[in-house]
Design a binder for this molecule. Structure first.
Ligand code: G
Ligand code: G
Ligand code: MN
Ligand code: NA
Length: 252
């Protein structure tokens, strides 16, 4: 409850920031996109992990305000980068179930894109299977997002309890293979069989596929051998402050 009280004032006190993690094209080591990851530095608690405070934000409903803030920030960066003539790069944003299902979610995204004149193709919405509780509702939100022209990805793929039928039902663009599978490459044959199946299923469905949590060159070799072309992880970069990303990838 104390943490919730502090979180309630985090935006006002400028305690939230966004880090960006590059998502690579594994075939030529170029940047394909970024994932935005929230960071909170509180006066009392210091740095608090999103794994700790996102559930609090979700339970208290604060996630709506925080989520709106993230989308606004990300669109603001895009505008700024566009004005400075930087190469356009898509940014993926994690969306909590409550935020996804809140009425007017797609309209809010549309408004933020419009506010900063950002092309929809430069925004990606990452949802998890836990957002897809109601078929009719999920279909209608995803269809609106599709019509807007933003990308939609399924985060932590392979760890939920959903049936695979949603892949044919919903307009999804990208599958993100959960990092637990990548961590077990070369340790577990069954695990490797599952990754191969996810990659080939993604290709056959016309979906993009990206591997999360890459830490070892041998994992890249495996992924490339099985035609997974995209990936992210500490081997390439940790999530970094936006200024660092700009210096490293745009100004040089
Ligand atoms: O970046 P890190 O590994 O600490 O993130 C931990 C968890 O918090 C991950 O599950 C990640 O998806 C989630 N997370 C990070 N940033 C955001 C955010 O901006 N919004 C939401 N909803 N979840 C986030
Ligand atoms: O749930 P989601 O996939 O959005 O969470 C991403 C989380 O994974 C972030 O907290 C991010 O900091 C973390 N992460 C990113 N790359 C790596 C990696 O190579 N190894 C590990 N262990 N975590 C990673
Ligand atoms: Mn994610
Ligand atoms: Na994930």
């Amino acid at each position: 409850a104390l943490m919730e009280a502090h979180l309630r004032r985090a935006i006002e006190f400028n305690e939230l920031s966004i880090h960006l993690q590059p998502q690579m094209d594994l075939t030529n080591n170029s940047i394909n996109s970024f994932e935005a990851l929230l960071r909170w530095n509180n006066r009392k608690f210091g740095f608090v992990s999103p794994a700790q405070f996102i559930p609090i934000a979700e339970a208290s409903g604060l996630i709506i305000e925080i989520g709106d803030w993230i989308i606004d920030e990300v669109c603001r960066y895009q505008k700024e980068w566009q004005m400075k003539g930087y190469r356009p790069v898509r940014i993926a944003v994690n969306i909590s179930p409550k935020q996804f299902r809140k009425e007017n979610f797609a309209r809010k995204i549309e408004a933020a894109l419009k506010k900063y004149s950002v092309p929809p193709k430069l925004l990606e919405v990452e949802i998890t299977e836990s957002s897809m509780t109601n078929v009719h509702e999920t279909f209608s939100i995803l269809t609106e997002l599709k019509q807007l022209g933003v990308y939609v990805s399924v985060d932590d793929f392979g760890t939920g309890y959903s049936s695979l039928s949603y892949l044919k039902r919903y307009p999804i663009d990208i599958i993100k293979i959960d990092q637990s599978f990548i961590a077990d490459i070369a340790k577990d044959d069954k695990n490797e069989a599952i990754i191969k199946a996810i990659i080939s299923m993604s290709h056959n469905l016309g979906l993009e596929v990206i591997a999360e949590g890459i830490e070892e060159p041998s994992q890249v070799d495996f992924l490339k051998r099985h035609r997974c072309q995209k990936g992210q992880g500490y081997l390439y970069n940790k999530p970094l402050p936006v200024e660092t990303i700009v210096e490293q990838y745009f100004v040089s």
